[in-house]
Design a protein around this ligand. Structure first.
Ligand SMILES: C[S@@+](CC[C@H](N)C(=O)[O-])C[C@H]1O[C@@H](n2cnc3c(N)ncnc32)[C@H](O)[C@@H]1O
Length: 211
């Protein structure tokens, strides 16, 4: 088969996931339905079983990036893993995951903060540990090297003369990831990545519920 660029999918847009999770939060509140496991429960369980067989300690830190409703993490918690963190760039996914996990797995952690008190807690930690008042997170980008995608010219060519996509991350005072955005073309600066990501949009719309 010839290499060809695939059409972009609406699944790659933040608005798609936001709408999906708003519906799923309503479904959960009305019917107790935890929502879709997007790649199917079988796939999630294959990952869980693989992790169980790796022989790692049960307190090994595991991050589920793009955790959705948190199904994979709940199953890992059921297997006895204790240091689990779910991250999603869609705050609605975090709200859903927290609601779903609340009764059975209250110790599961999901980021990022979704209300004023959680942000204040975050800021207190920065002041206590680093003596920076009024800070709610530390942000930076990391280039993930890739092979040049077909027909993409200099789109992914970065200032270090490599091809990459950018992982933009916001961390709390103890380096825990709170927000990630992955996939922006490597030629774009960290500032440009921030401009185009949902974190900035939520800051502009004042929907982060900051104090
Ligand atoms: C296909 S769903 C999978 C959800 C869950 N892991 C599951 O298996 O049910 C993809 C998830 O990744 C999140 N996501 C998509 N693009 C992302 C990005 N660039 N950065 C962080 N999260 C992203 C979406 O909000 C969505 O929750």
């Amino acid at each position: 088969m010839e290499d060809a660029e695939l059409d972009s999918s609406e699944l790659g847009t933040h608005s798609y996931w936001q709408q999906a999770y708003i519906k799923e939060i309503n479904n959960f509140e009305e019917n107790g339905d935890p929502g879709d496991v997007w790649f199917g429960e079988d796939s999630a369980m294959r990952i869980v079983n693989w992790i169980c067989k790796c022989g790692i300690d049960k307190d090994t830190a595991i991050i589920d990036l793009g955790c959705g409703n948190g199904y994979t993490l709940s199953e890992l918690a059921r297997e006895g893993f204790t240091n689990l963190l779910g991250i999603d760039y869609c705050p609605e996914a975090i709200i859903l995951a927290e609601k779903v996990a609340k009764s059975e797995f209250p110790d599961l952690k999901f980021q990022m903060p979704t209300n004023r008190d959680e942000w204040l807690e975050c800021s207190k930690e920065f002041e206590k540990l680093w003596h920076f008042p009024h800070v709610i997170g530390a942000i930076d980008g990391k280039h993930i090297l890739i092979q040049c995608p077909f027909n993409s010219g200099a789109e992914y060519y970065n200032y270090k003369s490599q091809f990459s996509i950018v992982l933009l991350a916001l961390v709390d005072a103890q380096y825990n990831f709170m927000y990630v955005h992955i996939g922006t073309q490597g030629r774009i600066s960290d500032g440009g990545v921030l401009q185009g990501c949902s974190l900035k949009r939520m800051m502009n719309e004042k929907s982060l519920n900051l104090p």
